[in-house]
Design a protein around this ligand. Sequence first.
Ligand SMILES: NC(=O)C[C@H](N)C(=O)O
Length: 687
Amino acid sequence: MDSPASKVVISEPQLLNAGGSSRRKVLVLNTGGTIGMLKGEDGSLKPEPGALELRLKKIEELNQDIFPQCFFEEFDPILDSADMCPADWCTIARCIEQHYYDFDGFVVCHGTDTMAYTASALSFMLENLGKPVILTGSQLPLEEPLTDARSNLLRAVTFAGRADLTEVCIFFSSKLYRGNRSKKMDAGSLSAFDSPNFPELAVVGTEVKIHSRLLCNPPKGRFRVHMIKVTEIVVIYVVPGFADSIFDAVVNSGRVRGVVLLLYGCGNAPARKSSFLQACGKLVEAGIIVVACSQCTRGSVEIDKYAVGRAFADRGVIAGFDMTAEATVTKLAYLLSRGLSPAECRKAMMENLRGEMFSPAKTLAPWSVTKYEYRCLILLDESPGNALLIPKALVANVHRLGLTNVVVTNLDGKKLSKMLPRLDRVLLDAPCTGSGIIARDPSVKVKRGQKDFESHSRLQKELLTAAIDMVDAGSKTGGYIVYSTCSVAVEENEAVVDHALKTRNVELVSFTSAVNFGVEGLCKYRERRFHPSLNLARRYYPHVHNMDGFFVAKLKKTSNKVPERAKKDRSKMEDKVWGEEHWTSDFMDSVVDFEESNGSAVTKKKKMTARDRKKQRREELVKARGYQQKYPPKAKEESAQDSTEPLRKAKVKSLKKKKEKRALDQDAAEAPVKKTRKTNKAKNRKA
Ligand SMILES: NC(=O)C[C@H](N)C(=O)O
């Protein structure tokens, strides 16, 4: 740390653009680099204080609503990044700490040459970071007409305004990378960066594609800043036939605290020449942390894969797995600066702290397995039996979780229990209707019908039963089944678990204290009743928990025996024979005759006569014409009687009688006239 550290004049940061204060606020901190350089008289590029701020203020687009409100601060002096040192990383970290609660995000303008080191260092120094810190720069100065600075900076600012990013990133040439995974790969290209062992977090094309599942989880603790004070770290790039005696100098100096060895391939070095091996042993004995990284940009160090590598592991050299050299060096410096003992430091070096590596050690923690030799089987529910297509997102998730020894298959999940030995744990994230994503995709409301819920529920019950059958109840490390769906439907959640509780020897158990949010599973829903222990399951709702709707239940298998299923009543009747020879008098007496009055089903079944049909049609017609409403039946109190039918019949009868009588009277009245006419006619004829 020989060069003097830069300072940030912490005053009031300068506002760069107009716009309402309702916009998110981003602080742009210029540390230097080509982005703000100007050509000197000799034609060489030099950092020019104030030049970047001036240029930025002229960018009209920054005033548009899509950009956050930007404020500006600058290093004093601003530096070519080749001149930056850990003290400058501390200056950046301090500036962020100072303004942490004033801004929603931070952009650090930085030279490209050591940007990956600064990004890695900041990722460790800023513990529990809950806001985006985006480093960016350019290969050409902002002054140049065809510069890449402008688009890099404008994009970096928009990413810094996002609430879902809570980590240190590098944005360069249309891609957003995790800071401690990135590397400057090209000295001349405008796409200078890459993150060789980890997918990019976002890609900018005609639209921005964020790979949300790769992002670091929001922090659970308070934001804290740690400074890097220990810088006595040596990086040795191993080449064939080099002199081992230089190691003595390292050991004898008494100052070196850490050594990063850049070895061949997956962590190999010459072991036949025992002097190198012995020298490494001496370093470890002296309390120096020796970490092996690879000279290859892609892949991971597996120090014990080859005999030559194993010899180093036996001497206490630890693997840096798939970390970049930049991340390894800065992580080592950070851990040593935190005052950890060599043993603690070695342990932490192999743990994944900020997404910088995928280390088995870290991922084993939630699985509470102490060895690395475990296997994770991932079953895809896509097209069972067809050629296996592993989705990119799955690969990315495996990386994110740091899973190793993963087997992916698309065999039929219901048959899997017969193909595998008993397992310790199974996580069944069952295929579901996805009703929980309603907030993100409201179209599920119309896409899913009752049949989907029923069919999914059936499949889920089968899969959960199969998953339980796969687990060994006697497992010392597990015997657990976790069932989850991204649905909020009772049919797909509580009903499925309840079915498992009835058909297998399992019980619901509570989650660890880490799962400290969500609401309890339902024990009753409308007419349905579930096992009371279903309150141990957890439900998550989009409108309450600000996430997709989700259900999760943890089951512990209590026995490998499959319980006898309770027989249904009808099974008792199976041995009854309905042959004629069994029609004994007793049997015939037991037959129940349904009375017409109370056996509505029987009456319904009675064949309708033409008269009945006519009557029914008439009633329907009357109803359709609304006569009932216009002339409601008077007999309200009459309805209190058993039936209105006899009354109605009596009324009809009397009406009929009246009608007949009237007709007779009419006939009687008409009859003499006819007679007279007849007599007249007869008289006439006679005459
Ligand atoms: N493109 C650049 O920014 C390179 C410059 N030398 C720097 O790292 O500061």
